[in-house]
Design a protein around this ligand. Structure first.
Ligand SMILES: Nc1nc2c(c(=O)[nH]1)N[C@H]1C(S)=C(S)[C@@H](COP(=O)(O)O)O[C@H]1N2
Ligand SMILES: [Mo]
Length: 395
């Protein structure tokens, strides 16, 4: 990479990628030469240089912003809100936040202050939107055109949900799902089921569910679900309900549209229905984060991130010739556990010309990312390695 300072190259990418511009929303602007990126007020504390603003409720992290130290800084983490975030007053007195617990033997509400006394655990986990990679499908799936940046690796701490259930007499008989509802204010005059964020996951997830009040060492920011968020390591983002207000062990899945028909994997052209697979456990995935477009002739460190999803990560391989030859990459830093991602590096020599640089991860059960991933109506769950590869030109 001699000759080209990293910063200069990065700015080239920023300009070429076309940072989203939102007029009239207020918030922080970069003033930098590549054009102002305006952040909505509720996320004005984020780093505009590292984010693409798709809409006021959907912010994506730029591909060149993923570092190689394993954790995603809060101010670079993507944002996905189905509804406007609640008022900032809810994080003024965090310990007063109340959650109602149902489907336990002794149902009642508990405050965050009480929950803190029940127990505490910490976990590193990938948070990834179901539609991360949607932009790589050819069928123009509706929804935000995320490439790789609707994902991050975070440290969470909070109380294991199992401890809370135990403190409330245990899960009631016959309950098969954990159902969590977000604390957003709902518009008047319409059926709540059509708009509310309420998700159900199988009760088996109780062995990993955390009610988290801390993210990366700080109280969970409102934008990321503070004061309290349900964290389900290994499950897609949608199940990680922010500002959780009601937590119920239920016999059936939620009747909310976001559960019944939303986040269902089905063939292109079909409507969502409850008998189709729900976006629950994540699959093995990886992507290259450097180099992305151009690099100098000579040795280069190919960098990226890889994770097993619901399973631990076993290995990641890199190809610089479009998938003909693969070499195992080195996993960097500490193993942060089954649900975390791992940065990887491979030193390569890239001769002048054009190279398709790809990565391909394998989980602990031997599942490897496929070369291609079949389209589905809403463009969920893409982990095909070819579409995630980058075309690098060496000058
Ligand atoms: N209450 C609530 N929880 C929510 C959402 C939401 O809109 N409201 N969005 C979900 C979706 S689709 C994703 S991908 C993640 C995004 O989390 P983040 O905004 O903290 O990155 O939160 C999930 N939890
Ligand atoms: Mo999402």
């Amino acid at each position: 990479m001699s000759g080209t300072p990293f910063v200069a190259r990065r700015h080239f990418i920023l300009g070429a990628a076309g940072a989203g511009t939102l007029a009239g929303l207020g918030g922080r602007a970069t003033g930098a030469a590549e054009g102002a990126t305006r952040l909505p007020d509720y996320v004005s504390w984020k780093d505009p240089e590292t984010l693409i603003v798709h809409s006021p409720r959907t912010l994506e992290m730029k591909r060149d912003a993923f570092g190689s130290s394993g954790v995603t800084p809060a101010d670079q983490l993507y944002i996905r809100n189905n509804l406007p975030a609640p008022d900032a007053r809810i994080v003024q007195d965090r310990d007063a936040w109340e959650v109602s617990f149902e489907g336990v033997r002794n149902p009642r509400s508990m405050t965050l202050g009480e929950l803190r006394q029940l127990g505490v655990e910490s976990v590193a986990a990938v948070l990834q939107c179901s539609g991360n990679g949607r932009a790589f499908f050819d069928h123009q799936a509706s929804g935000t055109q995320w490439t790789v940046g609707a994902a991050g690796n975070l440290f969470w701490s909070g109380v294991p949900l199992r401890r809370v259930a135990e403190a409330l007499g245990g899960v009631a008989d016959g309950r098969r799902f954990i159902t969590a509802r977000g604390g957003e204010a709902l518009p008047d005059g319409i059926d709540p089921n059509t708009v509310m964020v309420e998700r159900s996951v199988p009760l088996a997830a109780l062995d990993r569910a955390l009610l988290a009040w801390e993210m990366n060492g700080s109280p969970v920011p409102l934008a990321h679900g503070g004061p309290l968020r349900l964290v389900l390591p290994g499950y897609y983002g949608i199940n990680n309900v922010k500002y959780v207000k009601r937590l119920a062990f239920t016999e059936q899945e939620s009747e909310a549209a976001i559960q019944r028909t939303g986040y269902r994997v089905r063939p292109v052209g079909q409507r969502g229905a409850p008998d189709q697979p729900s976006m629950w456990e994540m699959a093995v995935k990886s992507w290259v984060t450097h180099p992305l477009r151009e690099t100098e002739n000579g040795p280069v460190q190919i960098l990226g991130v890889a994770f097993g999803g619901d399973k631990a990560l076993r290995r990641v391989e890199v190809s610089t010739d479009g998938g003909t030859n693969w070499r195992e990459a080195r996993l960097l830093g500490p193993d942060l556990g089954r649900f975390a991602w791992r940065p990887f590096a491979l030193q390569a020599e890239l001769p002048a010309g054009s190279h398709l640089v790809a990565s391909r991860a394998t989980d602990a059960e031997g599942n490897t990312q496929p070369e291609t991933f079949p389209p589905n109506e809403r463009g969920y769950a893409h982990n095909g390695w070819r579409d995630h590869a980058v075309e690098v030109t060496v000058g």
